[in-house]
Design a protein around this ligand. Sequence first.
Ligand SMILES: NC(=O)c1ccc[n+]([C@@H]2O[C@H](COP(=O)([O-])OP(=O)(O)OC[C@H]3O[C@@H](n4cnc5c(N)ncnc54)[C@H](O)[C@@H]3O)[C@@H](O)[C@H]2O)c1
Length: 274
Amino acid sequence: MNNNLLKGKRGIIFGALDDKSIAWKVAEHAHREGAKFVLTNAPIALRMGTIDKLAEATNSKVIPADATNMDDLDHLFTESMKVLDGKIDFVLHSIGMSVNVRKGNPYYNQNYDFTIKGLDVSALSFHKVMQAAWNLDAMNEWGSIVGLSYIAAQRVFHTYNDMADNKAVLESIARSFGYHYGVRRNVRVNTISQSPTLTTAGSGVKGFDVFYRYSDDLAPLGNADAEECAAYTITLFSDYTKKVTMQNLFHDGGFSFMGMSEESMSNYLNSSKK
Ligand SMILES: NC(=O)c1ccc[n+]([C@@H]2O[C@H](COP(=O)([O-])OP(=O)(O)OC[C@H]3O[C@@H](n4cnc5c(N)ncnc54)[C@H](O)[C@@H]3O)[C@@H](O)[C@H]2O)c1
């Protein structure tokens, strides 16, 4: 699809690690829709990942930035405005990482140094990105900033661990900064609460396969994949959603409002003890 929805818009896309990443798909869609943008990721991820391929395919520049580091973010916004020749219209924050999850520490036995690191990377970085943009007055009027969340912010998914708390903070930051940025520059800030998606971050969660199947069975439209998430994100960057702000928007095939479905019921009946 190419409807020139983002023609003339300039963006910054955080978090494309490999071609499974949600941010990767967003970059491909944004390119097709006529946007120009800078790609960014943490320096270590740039060494491990394959972002150069994406940069070439989308004719974009890669500028490294650790999203927890204000100096890196200041440099990123300053350079991006030079490279793109103007202020920024859209920002995608597609970043998440829990050290407790990686190390296999359960929720009730966290290492708090790891907890604080995960909070910084997964949630506070969203605030830092916006504060860096704010201080440089880097966003254009009616710009759009999107972060990616998961329904574990509202409901318990027992192995999602401290990422659940990180997502709750992320969503709260979207509301609070959305207020301030709306008043100052008519910039909107939203989070998309996405279905389980087969990516590096997603499959790091213990029991991911079962979460995936469970929500796929329950959601009347099935899970949304990374391509579909990217398409939805593009609408939020476009001028068709100018008055949508401070929202957590579920993009999950209807899962968030389901209780029981015929398919889940039959799975349960087949497996339940007599
Ligand atoms: N995959 C899922 O099931 C799922 C579901 C809902 C929401 N999300 C969210 O979507 C977002 C993107 O994740 P994904 O699934 O595409 O996985 P991914 O692993 O491809 O992307 C995560 C990205 O975060 C980046 N990152 C980590 N630390 C960073 C730092 N300090 N500075 C800058 N970047 C850093 C990684 O390098 C990586 O590119 C995350 O916020 C994730 O929590 C994912």
